[in-house]
Structures are given as structure tokens and as C-alpha cells.
Design a binder for this molecule. Structure first.
Ligand code: GLA
Ligand code: ZN
Length: 682
């Protein structure tokens, strides 16, 4: 567990004293203590200060700050400062800046702006991490390493092009194999020499399309470039990781992720992280179930181990189009939502609000007024007090579920790079539709990858499993054979890991398992819809018809039982939902994208049919529930996202509510935006 050195839910966040005059430092520390803050993330963007030129390193300010924090009982999440390179580096070594999608060589500016294949960046960032680790390895304030910051962005420079060719040589061996897997005979794109290969960008194979999509002529090269860029940034992270571990083998290392961030294959990244951490920035209208799914996605990156909530705003963002304030109680509620789903830290961006540049209107624990008499500070201090009182009790407890939603980054890239059948298909949205149906019923689900161990699950939901990578079909077959229930949806089983269609009939390698053949795929206009008509005998309490649309697979049963058929168009009467018995289990195919109500009605029933149960007996919409477990004890979290009080029936789970000390059993009233953490049984 990461919190061992400070056994409580860590509370604090990004603190940038390097951007201020020293006069305020003591005042800051005084207010941190008032707010119950016990961890500060230092040095995130201080490279320019720490290394004012190639030869000079100067950590004076950091020494002083680390000592001061420690003397006041505050630990440090120490960043390596490599998220933005110093100006001298860009001036002296132009290879450090990137070339963008449109082929323009970037000049100094911005952040997260270094070319991941720049020898300069790699050399200096690794060296910086090593220097920091050597210097602070015995510092008592050091709790955890925070490498760089929010890695992201792609580069298309000549160094990246050369490294891409090496990466391809490693992966495919010969240029002939590259031509085969990318299907370059199409449009006469055959490569004769490795040097013919250039990064797919706005000046070669790709362009910006509608709906925020990047379009490409060749999915094969575009997929590999994404893998390669993700790997390149990961290699930079690993250089720093190793440099840190050399001096501090026992200090955990992380880098802050961003939820469903498309550019990086976080499943690969998480393997190299000691603990997952992430930055949570919902807006006023983000569905609570979406935030919940993001927490679960992050928890699922490391087999359900607790994660760090590295950043959230105490009050408002600056970078959204409309930066609403978090209403009273909402910061606390959303903090506990993270804890409810596996976070063992609650941290902010930022502890003190900056006065210049683009984040001066981003909320902070200490606002521009500079004192503690603000609504935001009071709410932060109240939460700080509560987290102190909670102590170590919840630490390292785990969320256990019987159901998992599959989420795969490479599949995501491929689904949204495919030219046809529709630009309306958004992978995250389809995954969220399934997740939301379970969330509303308070049936907990993990969000895991295709490479995860699925042994503990009874139900696997694999929305739009378009790309079936080697071994995955066999793994799914094994899961179902031994009694699992699989649900997959339209446009699944179509391509291999290079986006090459598996011939012989859709859904390719899933055909036997699903017992169907999809002959054609219809894309509907946004104004069109079809109907799913539930076959007689349907399900108790469900409607007999639901709207569906976007994509409709025209399928034939090859042994699967038909549970619903299309109601309209020339394929009226063809199957829209099927189930195939396979070994001890069953595999469902939902051939179209249904209205949300269908999933809300159907998926929970399916899970309950497998012995899963909602966490609450009764509660109005907007009341969320999760369960964390530790040493045979259950902790039931109940979160009321509504502004009004809610009557909640806890069912069998009675116990002591940890925040109030109150005993709770049966039905009770939970205040608007209120939170319960019930220690079940006493
Ligand atoms: C990100 C970054 C921070 C800051 C915040 C603002 O999460 O990591 O440095 O820019 O956004 O919301
Ligand atoms: Zn580059």
C-alpha cells in the first residue's frame, strides 16, 4: 500500500511555491495545517528554475521547501519537473521541440511539448530524475514520485520517423511483412525501402474529419503510429522511472493519467507504474456515472489496486468553455466518489491560485484573496478534518465485482479511425451506455482490458469489440465455456490487430461463440431509427419494444436463440438480439445500438440472473452506491448526487456510518449531496 508512511487518506495537491516570492511560504503552510493538508505535490513545472542552463543545477528552493513542509508534518509527492522543457534547451538543441500534425516545426512554448524521441530530452530528463532521487533519497518528507505531468501529444519529426522505422523493424522484421499487414497493395502504396515510410499525419495519410475524428487512408500505419507514439512517451517515463529507482527502490513511482485519454494505451503504461494516479475534471453536466466509470477504468488498470486521485479542482476549472463553481457540498461529494471507487488519496490542483498566465482563474484551496475566510477554504478544511478522523480504516480496501465491462485502447483507436460504416459510432459512449445501465441499478462493475484475468467474473460486457487481437477469441470462448455470460454488441469481431478484416463472415473469430453470421451492416441516418421487438416470453416487467439505430447488423442465427427481432425496414424480422449456449455458459449478441432504456432494463436483469444483486434495496435516481472490502469487512458508500434529501433503504447492510458515528439500518434519509460510509455489521 502506498500510504504506509502516512497511514491515512492523503490530502493535499499541487503546490507551486517556485512561482511565488518566499514571503508567502509560511502563510501557506499555516493554512495547509488549518485545512488538514498533509501532502503537497512539488516541482511539477520547475525545470527552468532547477536547471537555469546546461551546466547548472540549483535545488536551493526545493531543499528549503521540503524541510519546511516536513517540519510541519506535511509529506511530499515529488515531481520530476520534466513536463515542460526550459527555454535554453529549445534554443540550444532544436531537436527537443516537436513537429506537429500539420508538419510544422514547433518553437519554444506551451508544455508537454518535448519530442519523445529527442536524444536531448531523453538525456536531460533522465539526468534530472537521477539528480532529484540522489538528492532527496533520504529526505523524510518524500512519499511518492510524480514523473513529468499528464503525458500526451504526438510528434511527427524526423527523429520520430527514424525511431518509428526501428520500431517497425522490431515488430515486423521485414518490409514485406509491413506491406502485408498494412495492405499497402491498396492504392499502390507498396514500400520498397524502410526509408519510404513516413509518419502518418496531416501531410501524408491523415486528416481531421467530422465529429472530432482523425481520418486516415491506411488504418494499419495509423494504428501502429499510435502504438509507437504511446510507447515512445512510455520509454521517456521508463528512463526516469529507472533513474529514480536506482536511488530510491522503495519509493513508489507514478505519473498522473487522465481517464479515457485516447492518445496513450494506459493498459501498457500501468504495468510500469507502482501506483495509478489520475486527474479528475468533470464539468457541471458530466453524468455522475461517467465520472464513476472513469474511476473504475483507472482502478482496473492495475488489477483493482487502490489508486491516487492526483488532481481535482476545489471549486472551478479554467479550461472548460463554461467553468461553473462546484456547488456547496459537491467537492466533498466528488472526493468521496473517488474514495468509494478505490482512491486512497484526495488531492487538488492547486493549493494556491496563481496570479498570472492561463491558470489564474482555476480554483484553489487558497484563493487570490489570500486568507482562509472563503467558502472554498472552509469546505476544504471540513473535508480535511473528516479525512483525519477516518484515519487508516479504509486504506487498501478493495472493490469487488462479479461483472466487468471490457475497454481496450487499440480497439478504441481502430473503431474511430474506420472509414465507414458511420461517423456516429463513439466507443467510449457505447461503453458508457452499458456501464450506466449497471450504475443506475447499483450493480458494481469493473472496467478491465482484454488481457486481464477474467476468472473472478460471472458476466463480461464487451461493447463494440471490433478488433479481436490474437488470443482474445479463444480467451472469450474459455470464459463462456466454464460458465461465464458474455455480452457483445454490433460491429464486433470484424478485424485483427492490424485492422485487416477477418474473411469468411462477420463476426470473424467470434462467429462460433456467438452462433451467428452477420451478413450486412446498415448505418442509419441520425434522423432514422428501427425497433427491437422482444420475442414472446421476453422478460418480466420489460417493454416489448425498444427503439434502436445508428448501426444495425443484419444477422442470421447459426444456432443462437433469437431474443428480439427488428421491427422495421427490409430486414424486419431478422434477429436483433441473440443468445448462444456455449459450454456451460452463454454468449449474447446485441446487433444494434439500442435506446438507453433497453440497456437499463435488460443488463441489470441479466446480472441478477447470474446471482448479482444491487447494493441498495431502494433509493431514488441519483443515489450512487459502492462497496469496498478489507479483512472480511464491508464498507458501503452511499452518495446522494441530488440537491434534495433521499430516502435510502440499505436492505440487509446495517452498520455504523463512519463520518457521523451514527448507527444506520433499514431506511433512512440521506441529505442532499450527502455521503454515508457504512461499516457493515457494526
Ligand atoms: C491538469 C494539469 C495541471 C493543471 C490542471 C488544470 O490536470 O496536470 O497542471 O493544468 O490540469 O485543471
Ligand atoms: Zn519527434
Amino acid at each position: 500500500m502506498i500510504n504506509a508512511k502516512k497511514p491515512k487518506i492523503w490530502y493535499g495537491g499541487d503546490y507551486n511555491p517556485d512561482q511565488w516570492e518566499k514571503e508567502i511560504w509560511d502563510e501557506d503552510v499555516r493554512m495547509f495545517k488549518l485545512a488538514g493538508i498533509d501532502v503537497a505535490t512539488l516541482n511539477v513545472f520547475a525545470w527552468a528554475k532547477n536547471q537555469p542552463n546546461e551546466e547548472t543545477y540549483d535545488f536551493g528552493w526545493l531543499d528549503e521547501m521540503m524541510d519546511k513542509l516536513h517540519a510541519n508534518g506535511i509529506g511530499v509527492c515529488l515531481a520530476t519537473s520534466t513536463g515542460a522543457h526550459p527555454a535554453w534547451m529549445a534554443r540550444r538543441y532544436p531537436d527537443v521541440t516537436r513537429v506537429d500534425f500539420d508538419g510544422r516545426k514547433r518553437k519554444f512554448g506551451g508544455r508537454h511539448n518535448s519530442c519523445p524521441n529527442s536524444p536531448t530530452y531523453r538525456r536531460f530528463s533522465e539526468k534530472m530524475a537521477g539528480k532529484l532521487a540522489e538528492r532527496y533519497k533520504n529526505h523524510p518528507a518524500l512519499l511518492v514520485w510524480h514523473v513529468s505531468n499528464e503525458y500526451g501529444g504526438y510528434c511527427y519529426c524526423d527523429n520520430c520517423a527514424a525511431a518509428f522505422r526501428d520500431w517497425l523493424r522490431q515488430r515486423y522484421g521485414t518490409i514485406g511483412e509491413v506491406n502485408r499487414v498494412w495492405n499497402t497493395a491498396f492504392w499502390g502504396h507498396t514500400f520498397y525501402d524502410w526509408d519510404d515510410i513516413v509518419p502518418p499525419s496531416g501531410v501524408s495519410e491523415e486528416w481531421r474529419g467530422a465529429n472530432g475524428r482523425t481520418e486516415t487512408n491506411f488504418q494499419g500505419i495509423s494504428l501502429d503510429y499510435r502504438r509507437f507514439q504511446s510507447d515512445s512517451l512510455l520509454a521517456c517515463y521508463e528512463l526516469e522511472y529507472d533513474a529514480l529507482k536506482k536511488h530510491t527502490p522503495d519509493v513508489p513511482v507514478t505519473t498522473n493519467l487522465m481517464g479515457a485519454f485516447k492518445e496513450l494505451d494506459y493498459r501498457k503504461w500501468a504495468k510500469k507504474m507502482d501506483v495509478v494516479s489520475w486527474d479528475n475534471y468533470p464539468s457541471l453536466d458530466t453524468p455522475h456515472s461517467y465520472t464513476a466509470m472513469m474511476h473504475d477504468l483507472m482502478r482496473g488498470l492495475k488489477e483493482g489496486l487502490p489508486f491516487m486521485l492526483m488532481e481535482q479542482t476545489p471549486s472551478q476549472q479554467n479550461w472548460q468553455p463554461y467553468n461553473s463553481l462546484k456547488r456547496p457540498g459537491v467537492m466533498r461529494l466528488w472526493s468521496y466518489q473517488a474514495v468509494a471507487r478505490g482512491a486512497d488519496t484526495v488531492m487538488f490542483f492547486q493549493l494556491r491560485r496563481s496570479i498570472g498566465a492561463c491558470e489564474k482563474y482555476h480554483g484553489a484551496v487558497i484563493e487570490h484573496v489570500g486568507h482562509e475566510h472563503t467558502r472554498v477554504f472552509r469546505e476544504c478544511a471540513e473535508l480535511g478534518g473528516e479525512l483525519n478522523r477516518l484515519g487508516a480504516e479504509l486504506l487498501d480496501s478493495r472493490v469487488k465485482t462479479k461483472t466487468a465491462v471490457l475497454f481496450d485502447w487499440e480497439n478504441w483507436w481502430a473503431v474511430e479511425m474506420s472509414s465507414g460504416p458511420t461517423i456516429a459510432l463513439q466507443y467510449v459512449k457505447e461503453a458508457h451506455k452499458c456501464y450506466d445501465a449497471l450504475y443506475r441499478s447499483r450493480i458494481p462493475a469493473d472496467v478491465v482490458g482484454v488481457e486481464a484475468d477474467w476468472d473472478g467474473y460471472d458476466v463480461l460486457i464487451a461493447p463494440v469489440l471490433y478488433m479481436v487481437k490474437p488470443g482474445v477469441a479463444e480467451k472469450l470462448e474459455a470464459f463462456v465455456s466454464r460458465g461465464g455470460t458474455l455480452v457483445t454488441t454490433f460491429f464486433s469481431g470484424i478485424v485483427d490487430e492490424n485492422d485487416r478484416v477477418v474473411t469468411g463472415g462477420y463476426p470473424g473469430k467470434l462467429r462460433k461463440l456467438l452462433g451467428i453470421w452477420a451478413e450486412e451492416i446498415d448505418a442509419l441516418l441520425p434522423t432514422q431509427s428501427n425497433r427491437m421487438v422482444i420475442s414472446s416470453g421476453g422478460w418480466n416487467g420489460m417493454r416489448t419494444e425498444y427503439a434502436c439505430g445508428m448501426l444495425c447488423d443484419l444477422i442470421h442465427s447459426e444456432g443462437a436463440e433469437v431474443k428480439a427481432v427488428y421491427g422495421d425496414d427490409f430486414y424486419r424480422g431478422m434477429p436483433a438480439l441473440t443468445v448462444n449456449k456455449f459450454g456451460q455458459g452463454e454468449a449474447w449478441y446485441l446487433a444494434t445500438s439500442p435506446e438507453q432504456a433497453f440497456l437499463n432494463d435488460w443488463l441489470p436483469r441479466l446480472c441478477m440472473g447470474r446471482g448479482d444483486a444491487p447494493l441498495l434495496a431502494e433509493a431514488p435516481e441519483g443515489v450512487e452506491a459502492t462497496l469496498r472490502e478489507k479483512d472480511g469487512r464491508e464498507y458501503l458508500f452511499v452518495l446522494n448526487h441530488n440537491a434534495d434529501a433521499a430516502r435510502v433503504d440499505l436492505g440487509e447492510r446495517a452498520g455504523t456510518e463512519l463520518l457521523s458515528g451514527q448507527k444506520l439500518a433499514g431506511t433512512a434519509e440521506l441529505a442532499g449531496r450527502g455521503v454515508w460510509i457504512v461499516r457493515v455489521g457494526g
